[in-house]
Write a protein that binds this ligand. Structure first.
Ligand code: NAD
Length: 296
């Protein structure tokens, strides 16, 4: 079994690393937040004192960090400075293609494998080991990562060579995140029209208007009054910014994404960046001057 070093134990990384440990992989864990590391220690993981020590002792280093800045600083610095040739770096964070391609090149230059495997579905799925992975990498590297991926999720899509997973993730999140703003607008309008959720939701779910956010995420989060972040508005705003930057580089116009990103900017300006992305409903209702609807 590969010895795994896992860096980044937040809303996603903690359950993912926990599921790896439950499958008996030898695991060392690191996060800037000591409480997050303690939760993994309780499952029998080793607490790494720093990234360099973790990288020296690992056959596979997994990163699940907020974004490009944290991933680049970690992988291009202490990880590649200490990892042995023949090991693999698997970045599972949501980053942009430019970052992923730079990581892949730097790993190749050191004789280290590289896989990008960003994660689909919600934090609740990660808790249950039911995540979906969009994977980029060589056939050999992906085959080596498969037991780890299967410890954390149910579905592995090998999208192509290094960088293909990151690109697939940005396409996925373009739709998944913008649906939050569309749902928020629709439900604020319904509320202003005096339509209850009990009246409007069966209509929306009975037509092509329905969508995964409205059907799967929202009933378990904002519509029942839970805006604790599974996926924070700040991270959704980061992803829309990555999507717009990458689309701009590819000369692909995304007018809806540009408008949607600024709706998320408004929510952040209201101090809501730390709330779940379904709380875009509350930001929109505040703008519309209506009470956010809740399931009773
Ligand atoms: P989070 O903010 O909950 O967790 C990030 C963790 O990284 C925190 O524990 C933080 O202390 C740690 N950290 C930050 N900088 C660090 C550093 N330099 N060294 C070590 N640890 C550091 O974020 P999350 O929701 O777990 O998301 C992680 C990544 O996964 C992001 O790229 C996000 O876009 C992506 N993602 C999130 C979800 C979701 O539903 N939450 C789903 C799919 C993908």
């Amino acid at each position: 079994m590969d010895r795994v070093g896992f860096i980044g134990l937040g809303n996603m990384g903690r359950p993912m690393a926990s599921n790896i440990r439950r499958k008996q992989f030898p695991l060392a864990a690191f996060d800037l937040n000591p409480a997050a590391v303690a939760a993994l220690e309780a499952l029998g993981a080793e607490a790494a004192p720093d990234v360099a020590t973790l990288a020296r002792g690992a056959d596979v280093v997994v990163t699940m960090l907020p974004g490009p800045r944290e991933v680049s600083a970690t992988v291009l610095g202490p990880v590649l400075g200490n990892i042995r040739p023949g090991s693999v770096v698997m970045d599972m964070s949501t980053v942009d293609p430019e970052t992923t391609d730079a990581l892949a090149a730097a790993c190749a230059a050191k004789g280290v494998g590289f896989v990008d495997a960003p994660v689909g579905r919600l934090a609740a799925h990660a808790e249950r080991g039911e995540s979906l992975f969009m994977v980029g990498g060589s056939a050999a590297d992906v085959a080596r990562m498969r037991p780890l991926l299967e410890a954390m999720g149910t579905t592995v899509h090998h999208c192509g060579g290094p960088g293909a997973g990151t690109r697939a993730k940005l396409v996925n999140n373009h739709l998944a995140i913008l649906l939050c703003q569309l749902n928020a607008e629709a439900l604020s309008l319904a509320t202003a029209f005096g339509l209850s959720l009990e009246a409007i939701l069966p209509v929306l779910h009975g037509t092509t208007a329905t969508n995964g956010q409205l059907a799967v995420n929202w009933p378990n989060k904002v519509l029942k009054g839970d805006t604790q972040p599974g996926f924070a508005i700040d991270l959704a705003h980061k992803d829309l910014s990555l999507i717009l930057g990458a689309a701009n580089a590819a000369r692909v116009p995304l007018p809806m994404a540009a408008a949607g990103r600024e709706a998320f900017s408004l929510a952040r300006a209201r101090g809501m960046g730390g709330r779940d992305f379904s709380a875009m409903l509350d930001a929109q209702c505040a703008a519309a001057g209506v009470e956010p609807p809740r399931l009773t």
